[in-house]
Write a protein that binds this ligand. Structure first.
Ligand SMILES: O=C(O)c1ccccc1NCC(=O)[C@H](O)[C@H](O)COP(=O)(O)O
Length: 261
């Protein structure tokens, strides 16, 4: 069984339990549900660096990355570093994150926040809105074409931007819907955990120009960003490279200064 299969099996049970505890009617009453969102895709279009910095405590490929930092400090540090957006992993079982992390980050900063989650049910999109996200991630490998269409349409109705993640041409071809804002190419093969920027390079030409192109995972050098920019990428999702340090905000700041130098 692949890690994605394991995660989605777990998610289905988790989501059913959450639906019972907090029905959509309760989520819709949350103060943040009425909040005007900030567009991540627009921010990336206007950005000079386009860094989406991630809060990631642990992962299936790397185990523990950082359990010692507070999400509020990380969010404020990323804001001070002038990142374009922040990705907050909300999965608990595999990544050690939570929806509370998203809420804490929302209360700390005003720049766009991406709910990084394995979304397999529309209920999770309502949750994203209620906990202060500006954008959601949809993963093509976890969803049918019909679900991708339905979920991205719902997200847009809730004023959330959609980052749709693909890893190969077949996934890309089922993902080209008008309700998708950003197409993310994951450089990490989620079956083998191998990471190669060649995935982003290989798919770049096949992504129509009306989508903001985002390169995800395994990015740790200025040279990589410069090269990916030449392939048309405007967004760069970076987790471990910042989170493995004692002060992720400081690491992001140093990285962005070098990039702008
Ligand atoms: O990171 C993993 O090990 C992983 C395993 C299974 C599913 C998803 C996984 N990662 C999620 C991500 O997309 C990354 O956290 C994100 O792109 C940042 O990657 P990195 O900069 O390499 O930490």
């Amino acid at each position: 069984m692949t890690i994605l299969e394991k995660i989605t099996i777990y998610k289905r049970k988790e989501v059913e339990a959450r639906k019972k505890a907090f029905p959509i009617s309760i989520l819709e009453k949350a103060t943040l549900f009425e909040r005007e969102t900030v567009s991540l895709s627009l921010a990336l279009k206007n950005a000079s660096t386009g860094i989406i910095a991630e809060h990631k405590r642990r992962s299936p490929s790397k185990s523990v990355i950082n359990n010692n930092v507070q999400v509020q400090e990380v969010a404020k540090g990323y804001e001070a570093a002038s990142v374009t957006g922040m990705s907050v992993l909300t999965d608990t079982n595999f990544f050690g994150g939570s929806l509370d992390d998203l809420l804490v980050a929302r209360n700390a900063v005003s720049f766009p926040l991406l709910r990084k989650e394995f979304i397999i049910d529309p209920y999770q999109i309502f949750e994203a809105k209620a906990y202060g996200a500006d954008a959601i991630l949809l993963i093509a490998a976890c969803l049918s074409e019909k679900e991708l269409k339905e979920f991205s349409t719902l997200a847009k109705k809730l004023q959330l931007d959609v980052l749709l993640e693909v890893h190969n041409e077949e996934e890309l071809q089922k993902s080209l819907h008008p309700s998708v804002d950003m197409l993310g190419v994951n450089n990490r093969n989620l079956k083998t955990f191998d990471v190669s920027l060649d995935s982003s390079k290989a798919l770049s030409e096949a992504i129509p120009s009306n989508f903001v192109k985002v390169s995800e995972s395994g990015i740790s050098s200025i040279e990589a960003i410069k090269e990916l920019k030449n392939y048309g990428y405007q967004g760069f999702l970076i987790g471990e490279n910042f989170m493995k340090t004692d002060d992720p905000g400081k690491a992001a700041s140093a990285f962005i200064k070098k990039l702008n130098a």
